[in-house]
Design a binder for this molecule. Structure first.
Ligand SMILES: [Zn+2]
Length: 386
């Protein structure tokens, strides 16, 4: 486990690769975004793609998957008001949508877009989520797989040829050079960056959860997408994406921030669903980071924090265990909290975690590489390390 010299991310995080100078792919990507990319040229390219794909005869011009978050609010507004398109917005309705998430989704619809709220049968979702939690330590795999599949299937079924996704996590959180240069989403991209742990729905089918039950999560094939001439683009490839600027713009058109960050650094992110908190919580076990690390890394890359300030922030802002969200998840999955903690423990990555043999970490789980890099052990999720 080695840390990027510029930000605070370790190479244990998927997608983060350090180059020979010890700089991570996300920081290299951020430098490209700042210095090398011709954003005006890309904006012209976007205008051309949107014009070329504009539907005729009173059809929707594109499908936009939205959560009601700051990014999707900005996306829907930009497509409708800046580029004059008629988008159809589509949401996978997550379990435990928060009241603020609902308010923000209502606000997005009030921008003037038609919207479909797609609810998956809770029985199937429960079975699937328990499986993904046990096998991969992920609750968000289900949500992501549903979002990719529902959106693309609806595009094919409704004959809407353009799908406009938001930011490209391969660009924002680390991805290969080739992938950073690619504005299109396809099966290969989903496998690598789609938060599906490299799997597709068929990989999860068995006697308990059949392929029929998983139909909501099954992507159209590449051939079906190509026959339907579906084009899937990331707006974040064409337009420079800064979370703070996007959040401030969205606030100016009615998107509400939380009073304080739910967790991590931002009071304007991860507001829609309680379960996203659990998704990020498992990063501690699997990769040795929390959402705070991701957020701080972005602030460093955007020049609003130094690495030293970020490390100082980690030291002085230990994060609490998300107890309420864990309770809600256990109630939904119908498991005990004891079982939840067993599952969490089973995902501790022993390549990076060790039990201390002496000193302040004696007998406790800790990350030797973190202590070596930063010179301290944070109290993050302290009850977990007692
Ligand atoms: Zn970095």
């Amino acid at each position: 486990m080695r840390y990027c010299k510029k930000c605070v991310l370790p190479d244990s995080r998927p997608g983060v690769e350090l180059n020979t100078d010890g700089v991570c792919s996300a920081c290299v990507g951020a430098r490209e975004k700042r210095e090398l990319i011709d954003w005006q040229g890309r904006e012209r390219a976007l205008a051309a793609v949107l014009k070329e794909n504009k539907a005729s005869g009173g059809q929707y011009d594109c499908i936009v998957p939205v959560s009601g978050g700051k990014d999707s609010t900005w996306q829907a507004y930009t497509l409708k008001n800046k580029y004059g398109l008629k988008p159809l917005a589509l949401t996978y309705k997550c379990k435990y949508r928060t009241p603020l998430g609902q308010k923000n989704l209502d606000n997005l619809i009030d921008i003037g877009v038609d919207h479909i709220d797609f609810t998956v049968s809770p029985e199937i979702e429960r079975k699937f989520m328990l499986k993904t939690l046990q096998r991969n330590g992920s609750v968000s795999l289900v949500e992501h797989m549903a979002m990719w599949a529902i959106t693309l299937k609806m595009a094919v079924k409704l004959g809407i040829k353009l799908v406009v996704w938001g930011e490209n996590p391969g660009l924002e959180y680390g991805g290969s050079e080739k992938d950073r240069g690619n504005p299109y989403l396809n099966h290969d991209w989903i496998r690598k960056y789609g938060v599906t742990n490299g799997t597709f729905a068929a990989d999860w089918a068995d006697a308990e959860l059949t392929l029929d039950e998983l139909c909501t999560f099954t992507l159209p094939t590449e051939a079906e997408l190509s026959d339907a001439r579906i084009k899937s683009i990331f707006l974040g490839w064409y337009l420079r994406w800064d979370p703070l600027e996007v959040a401030e713009f969205s606030r100016s058109i009615g998107f509400q921030w939380a009073d304080r960050p739910v967790f991590g650094l931002y009071p304007y992110a991860d507001l829609d669903c309680d379960f996203i908190v659990i998704h990020h919580f498992f990063k501690w076990y699997k990769f040795g980071i929390t959402r705070l690390w991701d957020n701080l890394a972005i602030e460093i890359r955007n020049g609003r924090l130094t690495r030293e300030e970020a490390v100082h922030y980690i030291k002085n802002n230990p994060e609490p265990i998300p107890e309420l969200q864990i309770k809600n998840l256990c109630a939904f999955l119908n498991i005990t909290e004891e079982r939840f903690w067993q599952i969490a423990e089973s995902h501790r990555n022993l390549d990076i975690w060790q039990r201390g043999s002496g000193g302040p970490q004696k007998g406790q789980w800790y990350l030797p590489a973190l202590v070596e890099e930063f010179g301290f052990w944070p109290d993050t999720y302290a009850a977990d390390v007692k």
